[in-house]
Write a protein that binds this ligand. Structure first.
Ligand SMILES: Cc1ncc(COP(=O)(O)O)c(C=O)c1O
Length: 390
């Protein structure tokens, strides 16, 4: 029997997602920022509560058990071998990426990304004095792939490539063969790879996450991997993330950058949460149930939209559905605004993820099926008003 996750009421908890506009009061379904409406697994909640009962929240000494838990997780779940000495902790994946760019680039170096892609990649590159090189992903009949020829042209000029695996927002779970091609090109042109694998546990049936590290180790490539428990277990507010860096010289440079950016101090709750997430059996079942819930929500949304000209991108990984709404013939910022103002749904406009996102919306599926159904009904209402009502 399949198990599914239940949502909890998040209104009026100072939730960025629910309370930035009072969604409950205004009857809006928030499907924007990437956090979920599901409770964090109980063992993690218990561990945080247990720690909170001790009335001192002073500076933290991260125990050896922490790094061992990270390594053991990737070894047992994803067959990727790492050593505790390779693990560097920091406060979030975005702070990690920013520190890594600072550590491995010089001013005006070029950093390659594949667009549309997670918005903070753009700011992290520019905030560190580097230039963005964008290789647009190919979208053929709604399915995304890599233009390897262009990728190589760009890689010739780049010193760093930020890989998003699985890819937010295109929903791709890159195959071994695709990762292999990217790795070989980066090797040829001495490009350092930052693999952001924050979504790596959220994988739909029939797809597989391959850690980029497995491929990169095989090719002896210079790379780091960034991960966190935050997307999988809904703990973004606990601010903890990891960098895995197997090269000692780069590791030292990255630690220096983390210290220079003053993001090397983590909090006691994040440490307890991560150790529990990566060692408690129940948390593995949570992932299975989470993926069931997301996948069924995706099928439900797809079914709802099937008789429209809206194109749903196949969801292979992440809980973020990417839809092509060019049929409306309008700027996506306007569509987002109209949906929010008059049709009760709050989604992300595709242009947040680069100009290739014009004509697309990103929809967060990590909520109840009832809410997804209601949101799709609102979207259909908008569709009927704008397309059929023309
Ligand atoms: C690809 C990717 N990286 C990083 C983040 C943010 O991670 P953090 O909150 O740890 O900075 C997100 C959030 O949606 C994401 O999609």
């Amino acid at each position: 029997m399949k198990h599914y996750l239940k949502t909890v009421n998040r209104s009026h908890t100072n939730s960025y997602k629910w309370d930035s506009i009072d969604c409950k009061e205004q009857n809006i379904i928030p499907l924007w920022v990437a956090d979920m409406d599901f409770a964090t697994p109980k063992p993690i909640v218990d561990a945080v509560v247990q720690r909170a009962k001790h009335p001192v929240y002073g500076y933290v000494k991260v125990p050896n058990e922490y790094k061992e838990a990270v390594c053991n997780w990737f070894e047992t779940q994803h067959e990727w071998h790492t050593e505790p000495q390779d693990v560097i902790y920091t406060t979030s994946v975005v702070t990690a990426i920013s520190a890594i760019i600072k550590a491995v680039t010089k001013n005006k170096d070029r950093v390659l990304i594949q667009t549309p892609v997670y918005n903070c990649f753009f700011s992290s590159i520019e905030n560190n004095g580097c230039k963005i090189l964008a290789n647009s992903l190919i979208n053929k009949d709604g399915e995304y792939s890599i233009d390897f020829e262009f990728f190589e042209m760009m890689a010739r000029q780049a010193s760093v490539f930020i890989l998003c695996n699985p890819h937010n927002p295109a929903g791709r779970c890159w195959t071994e063969s695709e990762l292999d091609k990217m790795a070989l090109i980066c090797k040829r042109h001495k490009v350092f790879v930052i693999a952001d694998e924050i979504h790596c546990e959220i994988i739909m049936p029939g797809y597989k996450y391959t850690p980029f590290g497995i491929i990169a180790d095989k090719h002896k490539l210079n790379y780091v991997q960034c991960s966190s428990i935050s997307k999988t277990f809904n703990t973004a507010g606990l601010h903890i993330a990891n960098i895995i860096c197997k090269n000692e010289k780069y590791r030292e440079q990255i630690i220096q950058a983390i210290n220079a950016n003053e993001v090397g101090e983590v909090n006691p709750f994040g440490v307890e949460a991560l150790i529990t997430a990566y060692t408690n059996r129940e948390c593995k079942f949570y992932i299975r149930d989470l993926n069931n819930t997301i996948y069924d929500n995706y099928l439900l949304a797809k079914e709802k939209l099937k008789n429209t000209k809206i194109v749903v991108t196949p969801l292979e990984g992440t809980y973020l559905m990417w839809i092509d709404i060019r049929c409306f013939g309008k700027k996506v910022a306007m569509v987002k605004k109209e949906l929010l103002r008059n049709y009760h749904i709050w989604v992300n406009e595709g242009t947040m993820y680069g100009s290739d996102g014009e004509g697309f919306l990103r929809i967060n599926l990590a909520t109840s099926p009832e809410r997804i159904e209601a949101a799709m009904n609102y979207l259909l209402e908008y569709y009927n008003d704008k397309i059929n009502g023309k």
